[in-house]
Design a protein around this ligand. Sequence first.
Ligand code: NAI
Ligand code: MG
Length: 477
Amino acid sequence: MAHMIIDGKPCQAISGHTLEVRSPVDGKVFDHIPRSDARDIDLAVRAARAALNGAWGQLSATERGRLMLKLSQLVMTHAEALALLEAKDTGKPMTTARNDMVVLSRYFEFYGGAADKVHGEVIPFLNGYQVNLLREPLVVTAHIIPWNYPAQMMGRSIAPALAMGNAVVVKPAEDACLSCLRIAELALEAGFPAGALNIVSGIGEEAGAALANHPDINFISFTGSNEVGVLIQQAAAKHAVKCTLELGGKSPHLVFEDANLELAATTVVRGIIQNTGQTCTAGSRLLVQQSIHDRFVALVAEKFKQVRVGTPEMNLDCGPVVNPTQQQRVNRFIEQAKASGLPVLAQGQIDPGVPADGYYVMPTFFGAVPADHPLAHQEVFGPVLAAMPFQDEAHAIALANGTDYGLLAAVWTENGGRQQRVAKALKCGQVFVNSFGAGGGVELPFGGVKRSGHGREKGFLALEEMSTTKTVVHFHG
Ligand code: NAI
Ligand code: MG
Protein backbone atom coordinates (compact mmCIF):
# COMPACT_ATOMS: atom_id res chain seq x y z
CA MET A 1 0.00 0.00 0.00
CA ALA A 2 1.53 3.26 -1.15
CA HIS A 3 1.42 6.39 1.00
CA MET A 4 1.36 10.15 0.58
CA ILE A 5 3.78 12.57 2.22
CA ILE A 6 2.39 15.56 4.10
CA ASP A 7 4.55 17.70 6.40
CA GLY A 8 7.45 15.28 6.10
CA LYS A 9 5.43 12.27 7.25
CA PRO A 10 4.10 9.27 5.34
CA CYS A 11 0.32 9.13 5.68
CA GLN A 12 -2.97 7.74 4.41
CA ALA A 13 -6.08 9.76 3.57
CA ILE A 14 -7.94 11.07 6.64
CA SER A 15 -11.06 9.26 5.40
CA GLY A 16 -9.08 6.00 5.15
CA HIS A 17 -10.36 5.61 1.58
CA THR A 18 -8.14 4.09 -1.07
CA LEU A 19 -8.09 3.57 -4.83
CA GLU A 20 -7.06 0.42 -6.68
CA VAL A 21 -3.98 0.61 -8.88
CA ARG A 22 -4.31 -1.47 -12.04
CA SER A 23 -1.50 -2.25 -14.41
CA PRO A 24 -2.35 -1.54 -18.06
CA VAL A 25 -0.13 -4.52 -18.91
CA ASP A 26 -2.76 -7.07 -17.76
CA GLY A 27 -5.60 -5.01 -16.23
CA LYS A 28 -4.89 -6.52 -12.78
CA VAL A 29 -4.92 -4.68 -9.45
CA PHE A 30 -1.41 -4.73 -7.96
CA ASP A 31 -1.44 -1.94 -5.35
CA HIS A 32 -3.58 0.69 -3.64
CA ILE A 33 -3.13 4.44 -3.17
CA PRO A 34 -4.75 6.82 -0.70
CA ARG A 35 -7.86 8.59 -2.02
CA SER A 36 -7.54 12.00 -0.44
CA ASP A 37 -10.14 14.74 -0.30
CA ALA A 38 -10.31 18.44 0.61
CA ARG A 39 -9.25 17.78 4.22
CA ASP A 40 -5.96 16.15 3.20
CA ILE A 41 -5.32 18.89 0.65
CA ASP A 42 -5.85 21.48 3.35
CA LEU A 43 -3.28 19.79 5.60
CA ALA A 44 -0.78 19.70 2.74
CA VAL A 45 -1.25 23.39 1.91
CA ARG A 46 -0.88 24.31 5.60
CA ALA A 47 2.29 22.22 5.83
CA ALA A 48 3.74 24.00 2.80
CA ARG A 49 2.92 27.40 4.31
CA ALA A 50 4.49 26.37 7.63
CA ALA A 51 7.65 25.14 5.86
CA LEU A 52 8.14 28.56 4.30
CA ASN A 53 7.91 30.14 7.73
CA GLY A 54 10.22 27.44 9.11
CA ALA A 55 13.25 25.37 8.11
CA TRP A 56 12.66 25.43 4.33
CA GLY A 57 12.22 29.19 4.22
CA GLN A 58 15.50 29.64 6.17
CA LEU A 59 17.68 27.79 3.67
CA SER A 60 19.99 29.71 1.37
CA ALA A 61 19.66 29.22 -2.38
CA THR A 62 22.90 27.22 -2.35
CA GLU A 63 21.57 24.89 0.33
CA ARG A 64 18.35 24.37 -1.62
CA GLY A 65 20.41 23.57 -4.71
CA ARG A 66 22.49 21.02 -2.79
CA LEU A 67 19.38 19.20 -1.60
CA MET A 68 18.17 19.03 -5.18
CA LEU A 69 21.51 17.66 -6.39
CA LYS A 70 21.32 15.05 -3.64
CA LEU A 71 17.83 14.11 -4.84
CA SER A 72 19.10 13.91 -8.41
CA GLN A 73 21.73 11.40 -7.28
CA LEU A 74 19.22 9.40 -5.21
CA VAL A 75 16.99 9.10 -8.27
CA MET A 76 19.89 7.55 -10.19
CA THR A 77 20.74 5.24 -7.28
CA HIS A 78 17.16 3.96 -7.33
CA ALA A 79 16.65 4.34 -11.09
CA GLU A 80 16.07 0.67 -11.88
CA ALA A 81 13.47 0.19 -9.14
CA LEU A 82 11.75 3.46 -10.12
CA ALA A 83 11.72 2.40 -13.78
CA LEU A 84 10.18 -0.99 -12.91
CA LEU A 85 7.48 0.75 -10.89
CA GLU A 86 6.80 3.27 -13.67
CA ALA A 87 6.64 0.52 -16.30
CA LYS A 88 4.17 -1.53 -14.27
CA ASP A 89 2.02 1.53 -13.50
CA THR A 90 1.94 3.01 -17.04
CA GLY A 91 2.74 -0.03 -19.21
CA LYS A 92 5.65 1.67 -20.97
CA PRO A 93 8.62 -0.37 -22.28
CA MET A 94 11.53 -0.63 -19.83
CA THR A 95 13.86 1.35 -22.10
CA THR A 96 11.41 4.28 -22.02
CA ALA A 97 10.91 3.99 -18.27
CA ARG A 98 14.68 3.94 -17.69
CA ASN A 99 15.12 6.99 -19.89
CA ASP A 100 12.36 8.77 -17.94
CA MET A 101 14.38 8.35 -14.74
CA VAL A 102 17.48 9.82 -16.37
CA VAL A 103 15.40 12.85 -17.41
CA LEU A 104 13.87 13.09 -13.93
CA SER A 105 17.34 13.11 -12.41
CA ARG A 106 18.41 15.76 -14.93
CA TYR A 107 15.58 18.07 -13.82
CA PHE A 108 16.85 18.07 -10.25
CA GLU A 109 20.44 18.41 -11.48
CA PHE A 110 19.73 21.29 -13.87
CA TYR A 111 17.52 23.27 -11.49
CA GLY A 112 19.60 22.32 -8.44
CA GLY A 113 22.58 23.87 -10.20
CA ALA A 114 20.51 26.93 -11.14
CA ALA A 115 19.12 27.59 -7.64
CA ASP A 116 21.88 30.04 -6.63
CA LYS A 117 22.50 31.49 -10.09
CA VAL A 118 19.27 33.40 -10.49
CA HIS A 119 19.55 36.92 -9.12
CA GLY A 120 17.86 40.26 -9.19
CA GLU A 121 18.89 43.45 -10.94
CA VAL A 122 19.84 47.03 -10.19
CA ILE A 123 17.78 49.48 -12.24
CA PRO A 124 19.10 52.94 -13.14
CA PHE A 125 16.61 55.59 -12.00
CA LEU A 126 16.59 59.24 -10.92
CA ASN A 127 19.63 60.74 -9.20
CA GLY A 128 19.53 60.07 -5.47
CA TYR A 129 17.77 56.74 -5.83
CA GLN A 130 18.85 53.12 -5.65
CA VAL A 131 16.40 50.68 -7.25
CA ASN A 132 16.76 46.95 -6.68
CA LEU A 133 14.71 44.31 -8.41
CA LEU A 134 14.52 41.34 -6.06
CA ARG A 135 13.55 37.90 -7.30
CA GLU A 136 11.32 36.08 -4.85
CA PRO A 137 9.34 32.83 -4.60
CA LEU A 138 5.63 32.71 -5.46
CA VAL A 139 5.40 30.90 -2.12
CA VAL A 140 2.98 27.90 -2.12
CA THR A 141 2.79 26.28 -5.55
CA ALA A 142 0.34 23.55 -6.63
CA HIS A 143 1.30 20.98 -9.25
CA ILE A 144 -1.27 18.78 -11.00
CA ILE A 145 0.54 16.05 -12.92
CA PRO A 146 -0.68 13.76 -15.74
CA TRP A 147 -0.18 10.01 -16.07
CA ASN A 148 1.75 9.75 -19.32
CA TYR A 149 5.20 10.52 -17.87
CA PRO A 150 4.46 10.71 -14.13
CA ALA A 151 8.06 10.88 -12.90
CA GLN A 152 9.35 13.18 -15.65
CA MET A 153 6.37 15.52 -15.33
CA MET A 154 6.76 15.75 -11.59
CA GLY A 155 10.44 16.67 -12.04
CA ARG A 156 9.63 19.17 -14.76
CA SER A 157 6.98 20.87 -12.65
CA ILE A 158 8.47 20.91 -9.14
CA ALA A 159 12.23 21.23 -9.73
CA PRO A 160 12.16 24.89 -10.85
CA ALA A 161 9.59 25.66 -8.11
CA LEU A 162 11.82 24.21 -5.39
CA ALA A 163 14.90 25.89 -6.85
CA MET A 164 13.18 29.27 -6.45
CA GLY A 165 12.30 28.55 -2.83
CA ASN A 166 8.60 27.74 -3.16
CA ALA A 167 6.99 25.01 -1.04
CA VAL A 168 5.08 22.60 -3.26
CA VAL A 169 1.94 20.50 -3.10
CA VAL A 170 1.78 17.82 -5.79
CA LYS A 171 -1.38 16.03 -6.97
CA PRO A 172 -0.28 13.25 -9.34
CA ALA A 173 -2.77 11.46 -11.63
CA GLU A 174 -4.97 8.70 -10.22
CA ASP A 175 -4.10 6.57 -13.27
CA ALA A 176 -0.36 6.43 -12.55
CA CYS A 177 1.31 7.97 -9.53
CA LEU A 178 3.42 5.35 -7.75
CA SER A 179 6.73 6.76 -9.00
CA CYS A 180 5.67 10.26 -7.86
CA LEU A 181 4.89 9.00 -4.34
CA ARG A 182 8.29 7.29 -4.26
CA ILE A 183 10.11 10.43 -5.44
CA ALA A 184 8.58 12.39 -2.54
CA GLU A 185 9.94 9.73 -0.20
CA LEU A 186 13.40 10.06 -1.75
CA ALA A 187 13.19 13.84 -1.24
CA LEU A 188 12.80 13.23 2.49
CA GLU A 189 15.80 10.91 2.39
CA ALA A 190 17.75 13.65 0.59
CA GLY A 191 17.04 15.92 3.57
CA PHE A 192 14.32 18.27 2.35
CA PRO A 193 12.72 19.86 5.44
CA ALA A 194 9.18 18.81 6.36
CA GLY A 195 6.51 20.54 4.27
CA ALA A 196 8.81 21.67 1.44
CA LEU A 197 7.44 18.92 -0.81
CA ASN A 198 3.99 17.50 -0.07
CA ILE A 199 2.25 14.93 -2.24
CA VAL A 200 -1.43 14.02 -2.11
CA SER A 201 -2.90 11.24 -4.27
CA GLY A 202 -6.52 10.99 -5.34
CA ILE A 203 -9.14 11.60 -7.98
CA GLY A 204 -8.95 14.70 -10.19
CA GLU A 205 -12.48 15.96 -9.53
CA GLU A 206 -11.97 15.49 -5.79
CA ALA A 207 -8.35 16.02 -4.68
CA GLY A 208 -7.29 17.91 -7.83
CA ALA A 209 -10.24 20.28 -7.68
CA ALA A 210 -9.73 20.85 -3.94
CA LEU A 211 -6.10 21.77 -4.55
CA ALA A 212 -6.78 24.07 -7.52
CA ASN A 213 -9.56 25.84 -5.57
CA HIS A 214 -7.69 26.13 -2.27
CA PRO A 215 -7.62 29.79 -1.19
CA ASP A 216 -4.09 29.60 0.21
CA ILE A 217 -2.12 28.51 -2.86
CA ASN A 218 -0.26 31.11 -4.94
CA PHE A 219 0.25 29.36 -8.27
CA ILE A 220 -0.97 26.32 -10.22
CA SER A 221 1.03 24.32 -12.75
CA PHE A 222 -1.18 21.97 -14.79
CA THR A 223 -0.55 19.50 -17.60
CA GLY A 224 -3.46 17.51 -19.00
CA SER A 225 -6.67 17.82 -20.99
CA ASN A 226 -8.17 21.00 -22.42
CA GLU A 227 -11.39 20.55 -20.46
CA VAL A 228 -9.63 20.37 -17.10
CA GLY A 229 -7.20 23.12 -18.13
CA VAL A 230 -10.13 25.51 -18.43
CA LEU A 231 -11.36 24.49 -14.95
CA ILE A 232 -7.88 25.11 -13.56
CA GLN A 233 -7.74 28.59 -15.04
CA GLN A 234 -11.20 29.35 -13.62
CA ALA A 235 -10.06 28.15 -10.19
CA ALA A 236 -6.91 30.29 -10.43
CA ALA A 237 -9.00 33.30 -11.40
CA LYS A 238 -11.14 32.94 -8.27
CA HIS A 239 -8.17 33.77 -6.07
CA ALA A 240 -6.32 35.87 -8.66
CA VAL A 241 -3.34 33.52 -8.80
CA LYS A 242 -1.23 32.68 -11.83
CA CYS A 243 -1.36 29.33 -13.60
CA THR A 244 0.56 27.65 -16.40
CA LEU A 245 -1.34 25.25 -18.64
CA GLU A 246 0.17 22.60 -20.92
CA LEU A 247 -2.75 21.07 -22.80
CA GLY A 248 -1.36 18.91 -25.57
CA GLY A 249 -1.27 19.34 -29.30
CA LYS A 250 -1.54 18.07 -32.84
CA SER A 251 2.09 18.54 -33.74
CA PRO A 252 3.00 18.44 -37.46
CA HIS A 253 6.04 17.32 -39.42
CA LEU A 254 6.52 19.43 -42.57
CA VAL A 255 8.52 17.33 -45.03
CA PHE A 256 9.79 19.20 -48.12
CA GLU A 257 11.05 17.58 -51.33
CA ASP A 258 14.71 18.35 -50.59
CA ALA A 259 14.70 16.71 -47.13
CA ASN A 260 16.87 13.81 -45.98
CA LEU A 261 13.97 11.40 -46.43
CA GLU A 262 15.53 8.39 -44.72
CA LEU A 263 16.27 10.33 -41.52
CA ALA A 264 12.90 12.06 -41.66
CA ALA A 265 10.98 8.78 -42.09
CA THR A 266 12.72 7.08 -39.15
CA THR A 267 12.15 10.12 -36.94
CA VAL A 268 8.51 10.52 -37.95
CA VAL A 269 7.71 6.94 -36.91
CA ARG A 270 9.55 7.30 -33.61
CA GLY A 271 7.83 10.62 -32.92
CA ILE A 272 4.33 9.13 -33.01
CA ILE A 273 4.86 5.72 -31.38
CA GLN A 274 6.93 6.99 -28.46
CA ASN A 275 5.04 6.23 -25.23
CA THR A 276 2.32 4.67 -27.43
CA GLY A 277 1.44 8.12 -28.74
CA GLN A 278 0.54 9.35 -25.24
CA THR A 279 2.84 12.34 -25.48
CA CYS A 280 1.71 15.95 -25.59
CA THR A 281 4.25 16.60 -28.34
CA ALA A 282 3.52 13.44 -30.35
CA GLY A 283 4.18 14.12 -34.03
CA SER A 284 0.68 13.10 -35.08
CA ARG A 285 0.38 14.95 -38.41
CA LEU A 286 2.59 14.23 -41.41
CA LEU A 287 2.49 16.98 -44.05
CA VAL A 288 4.40 15.94 -47.18
CA GLN A 289 5.19 17.92 -50.33
CA GLN A 290 3.18 16.60 -53.29
CA SER A 291 6.25 15.91 -55.48
CA ILE A 292 7.66 13.32 -53.01
CA HIS A 293 4.41 12.41 -51.30
CA ASP A 294 3.88 8.86 -52.52
CA ARG A 295 7.54 7.89 -52.27
CA PHE A 296 7.97 9.31 -48.76
CA VAL A 297 4.71 7.97 -47.39
CA ALA A 298 5.68 4.49 -48.69
CA LEU A 299 9.01 4.78 -46.87
CA VAL A 300 7.25 5.74 -43.62
CA ALA A 301 4.73 2.90 -44.10
CA GLU A 302 7.55 0.38 -44.50
CA LYS A 303 9.03 1.48 -41.16
CA PHE A 304 5.63 1.77 -39.47
CA LYS A 305 4.91 -1.91 -40.26
CA GLN A 306 7.92 -2.84 -38.12
CA VAL A 307 6.39 -1.27 -34.99
CA ARG A 308 5.83 -3.87 -32.28
CA VAL A 309 3.57 -3.59 -29.22
CA GLY A 310 4.19 -5.61 -26.07
CA THR A 311 4.66 -5.66 -22.32
CA PRO A 312 7.35 -3.58 -20.56
CA GLU A 313 9.51 -6.71 -20.19
CA MET A 314 9.27 -7.50 -23.92
CA ASN A 315 10.67 -3.97 -24.30
CA LEU A 316 9.36 -3.40 -27.82
CA ASP A 317 8.42 -0.07 -29.43
CA CYS A 318 5.11 0.45 -27.62
CA GLY A 319 3.37 -0.71 -24.48
CA PRO A 320 -0.37 -0.68 -23.78
CA VAL A 321 -2.22 2.63 -23.27
CA VAL A 322 -2.92 3.71 -19.72
CA ASN A 323 -6.55 2.73 -19.10
CA PRO A 324 -9.70 1.35 -20.78
CA THR A 325 -11.00 4.89 -21.45
CA GLN A 326 -7.86 5.75 -23.37
CA GLN A 327 -8.03 2.39 -25.21
CA GLN A 328 -11.63 3.08 -26.27
CA ARG A 329 -10.72 6.61 -27.31
CA VAL A 330 -7.89 5.44 -29.58
CA ASN A 331 -9.98 2.61 -31.04
CA ARG A 332 -12.86 5.02 -31.69
CA PHE A 333 -10.57 7.32 -33.70
CA ILE A 334 -9.26 4.34 -35.70
CA GLU A 335 -12.74 2.93 -36.38
CA GLN A 336 -14.16 6.32 -37.39
CA ALA A 337 -11.24 6.98 -39.73
CA LYS A 338 -11.72 3.57 -41.38
CA ALA A 339 -15.48 4.10 -41.61
CA SER A 340 -14.96 7.45 -43.33
CA GLY A 341 -12.89 5.70 -45.99
CA LEU A 342 -9.38 6.87 -45.10
CA PRO A 343 -6.78 4.46 -46.48
CA VAL A 344 -4.76 2.50 -43.89
CA LEU A 345 -1.18 2.79 -45.13
CA ALA A 346 0.33 0.60 -42.43
CA GLN A 347 -0.30 -1.00 -39.07
CA GLY A 348 2.09 -2.28 -36.43
CA GLN A 349 1.80 -5.64 -34.71
CA ILE A 350 0.68 -6.53 -31.22
CA ASP A 351 2.85 -9.35 -29.87
CA PRO A 352 0.70 -12.49 -29.54
CA GLY A 353 2.16 -13.05 -26.06
CA VAL A 354 0.56 -9.98 -24.43
CA PRO A 355 -1.99 -10.65 -21.64
CA ALA A 356 -5.55 -10.66 -23.03
CA ASP A 357 -6.86 -8.14 -20.48
CA GLY A 358 -4.18 -5.47 -21.07
CA TYR A 359 -5.06 -2.19 -22.78
CA TYR A 360 -3.31 -2.70 -26.11
CA VAL A 361 -4.10 -0.72 -29.27
CA MET A 362 -2.97 -1.14 -32.87
CA PRO A 363 -0.54 1.52 -34.14
CA THR A 364 -2.14 2.78 -37.36
CA PHE A 365 -0.98 5.06 -40.18
CA PHE A 366 -3.70 6.75 -42.27
CA GLY A 367 -3.16 8.52 -45.60
CA ALA A 368 -4.99 11.20 -47.59
CA VAL A 369 -6.49 12.75 -44.46
CA PRO A 370 -8.55 15.84 -45.40
CA ALA A 371 -7.79 18.97 -43.36
CA ASP A 372 -11.32 18.99 -41.91
CA HIS A 373 -11.25 15.35 -40.77
CA PRO A 374 -11.16 14.82 -36.95
CA LEU A 375 -7.86 12.96 -37.38
CA ALA A 376 -6.34 16.13 -38.86
CA HIS A 377 -7.17 18.41 -35.95
CA GLN A 378 -8.16 16.42 -32.81
CA GLU A 379 -5.64 14.99 -30.37
CA VAL A 380 -5.86 11.17 -30.34
CA PHE A 381 -3.22 10.62 -27.65
CA GLY A 382 -2.41 7.25 -29.18
CA PRO A 383 -0.15 5.74 -31.89
CA VAL A 384 -2.17 7.05 -34.84
CA LEU A 385 -0.43 9.00 -37.61
CA ALA A 386 -2.30 11.08 -40.21
CA ALA A 387 -0.62 11.99 -43.54
CA MET A 388 -1.71 14.68 -46.00
CA PRO A 389 -0.06 16.29 -49.04
CA PHE A 390 0.85 19.98 -49.55
CA GLN A 391 1.74 21.91 -52.70
CA ASP A 392 4.25 24.55 -51.59
CA GLU A 393 5.68 26.36 -48.58
CA ALA A 394 2.66 28.63 -48.07
CA HIS A 395 0.28 25.66 -48.21
CA ALA A 396 2.43 23.70 -45.74
CA ILE A 397 2.42 26.59 -43.26
CA ALA A 398 -1.34 27.08 -43.61
CA LEU A 399 -1.99 23.38 -42.92
CA ALA A 400 0.49 23.30 -40.03
CA ASN A 401 -1.14 26.32 -38.37
CA GLY A 402 -4.64 25.14 -39.20
CA THR A 403 -5.55 23.55 -35.86
CA ASP A 404 -6.50 25.01 -32.49
CA TYR A 405 -3.25 23.66 -31.03
CA GLY A 406 0.25 25.10 -31.16
CA LEU A 407 2.78 23.10 -29.17
CA LEU A 408 5.58 21.83 -31.40
CA ALA A 409 6.45 21.33 -35.08
CA ALA A 410 9.28 19.83 -37.12
CA VAL A 411 10.55 21.15 -40.46
CA TRP A 412 12.42 18.84 -42.81
CA THR A 413 14.38 20.63 -45.55
CA GLU A 414 18.00 21.21 -46.53
CA ASN A 415 17.20 24.75 -47.73
CA GLY A 416 18.54 27.22 -45.14
CA GLY A 417 16.25 30.09 -46.10
CA ARG A 418 13.19 27.86 -45.93
CA GLN A 419 14.27 26.52 -42.53
CA GLN A 420 14.27 30.06 -41.16
CA ARG A 421 11.11 31.26 -42.90
CA VAL A 422 9.01 28.28 -41.93
CA ALA A 423 10.29 28.21 -38.34
CA LYS A 424 9.25 31.85 -37.96
CA ALA A 425 5.84 31.35 -39.58
CA LEU A 426 4.81 28.38 -37.43
CA LYS A 427 2.48 29.21 -34.53
CA CYS A 428 3.79 27.00 -31.73
CA GLY A 429 6.14 26.92 -28.73
CA GLN A 430 8.98 24.81 -30.16
CA VAL A 431 10.23 24.13 -33.70
CA PHE A 432 12.73 21.43 -34.56
CA VAL A 433 14.64 21.65 -37.85
CA ASN A 434 15.71 18.27 -39.29
CA SER A 435 15.11 16.73 -35.90
CA PHE A 436 12.27 16.04 -33.50
CA GLY A 437 12.23 16.22 -29.73
CA ALA A 438 9.46 14.79 -27.66
CA GLY A 439 10.29 14.79 -23.94
CA GLY A 440 13.76 15.35 -22.56
CA GLY A 441 15.59 18.56 -23.34
CA VAL A 442 15.34 19.97 -19.83
CA GLU A 443 17.35 23.01 -21.00
CA LEU A 444 14.86 23.99 -23.71
CA PRO A 445 11.97 26.34 -22.86
CA PHE A 446 8.73 24.55 -23.67
CA GLY A 447 5.02 25.30 -23.79
CA GLY A 448 2.17 26.14 -26.08
CA VAL A 449 0.29 28.88 -27.83
CA LYS A 450 -3.42 28.88 -28.74
CA ARG A 451 -5.32 25.96 -27.15
CA SER A 452 -2.09 24.18 -26.23
CA GLY A 453 -1.96 26.48 -23.23
CA HIS A 454 0.30 29.18 -21.87
CA GLY A 455 3.34 29.64 -19.69
CA ARG A 456 6.78 28.14 -20.15
CA GLU A 457 8.39 25.15 -18.49
CA LYS A 458 11.93 23.79 -18.81
CA GLY A 459 15.07 25.86 -19.23
CA PHE A 460 15.73 29.09 -17.35
CA LEU A 461 12.32 30.53 -18.32
CA ALA A 462 10.67 28.10 -15.90
CA LEU A 463 12.55 29.82 -13.06
CA GLU A 464 10.88 33.08 -14.06
CA GLU A 465 7.47 31.42 -14.23
CA MET A 466 7.95 29.94 -10.77
CA SER A 467 8.95 33.20 -9.12
CA THR A 468 8.01 36.85 -8.95
CA THR A 469 9.86 40.14 -8.52
CA LYS A 470 9.78 43.00 -6.06
CA THR A 471 10.98 46.47 -7.03
CA VAL A 472 12.59 48.24 -4.07
CA VAL A 473 12.96 52.01 -4.59
CA HIS A 474 15.33 53.62 -2.10
CA PHE A 475 15.88 57.38 -1.82
CA HIS A 476 19.30 58.09 -0.40
CA GLY A 477 19.64 61.75 -1.37
P1 NAI B 1 -7.10 14.98 -17.18
O1 NAI B 1 -6.86 16.37 -17.64
O2 NAI B 1 -8.44 14.65 -16.59
O3 NAI B 1 -6.00 14.60 -16.06
C1 NAI B 1 -4.77 15.27 -15.84
C2 NAI B 1 -4.61 15.59 -14.37
O4 NAI B 1 -5.66 16.47 -13.95
C3 NAI B 1 -4.71 14.37 -13.43
O5 NAI B 1 -3.83 14.54 -12.35
C4 NAI B 1 -6.13 14.46 -12.92
O6 NAI B 1 -6.30 13.86 -11.65
C5 NAI B 1 -6.32 15.96 -12.81
N1 NAI B 1 -7.73 16.39 -12.85
C6 NAI B 1 -8.77 15.83 -13.51
N2 NAI B 1 -9.90 16.53 -13.29
C7 NAI B 1 -9.57 17.57 -12.48
C8 NAI B 1 -10.31 18.65 -11.89
N3 NAI B 1 -11.61 18.79 -12.13
N4 NAI B 1 -9.64 19.54 -11.12
C9 NAI B 1 -8.32 19.41 -10.92
N5 NAI B 1 -7.57 18.40 -11.42
C10 NAI B 1 -8.19 17.49 -12.19
O7 NAI B 1 -6.76 14.02 -18.38
P2 NAI B 1 -7.33 12.54 -18.64
O8 NAI B 1 -8.81 12.54 -18.43
O9 NAI B 1 -6.56 11.59 -17.86
O10 NAI B 1 -7.01 12.35 -20.20
C11 NAI B 1 -7.90 12.83 -21.21
C12 NAI B 1 -7.13 13.41 -22.37
O11 NAI B 1 -6.37 14.53 -21.94
C13 NAI B 1 -6.11 12.50 -23.01
O12 NAI B 1 -6.68 11.62 -23.93
C14 NAI B 1 -5.21 13.51 -23.68
O13 NAI B 1 -5.75 13.94 -24.92
C15 NAI B 1 -5.20 14.67 -22.72
N6 NAI B 1 -3.99 14.62 -21.86
C16 NAI B 1 -2.92 15.40 -22.21
C17 NAI B 1 -1.75 15.34 -21.50
C18 NAI B 1 -0.57 16.16 -21.89
O14 NAI B 1 0.56 15.75 -21.70
N7 NAI B 1 -0.78 17.36 -22.40
C19 NAI B 1 -1.59 14.42 -20.35
C20 NAI B 1 -2.79 13.68 -20.02
C21 NAI B 1 -3.93 13.79 -20.78
MG1 MG C 1 -10.14 13.54 -17.10
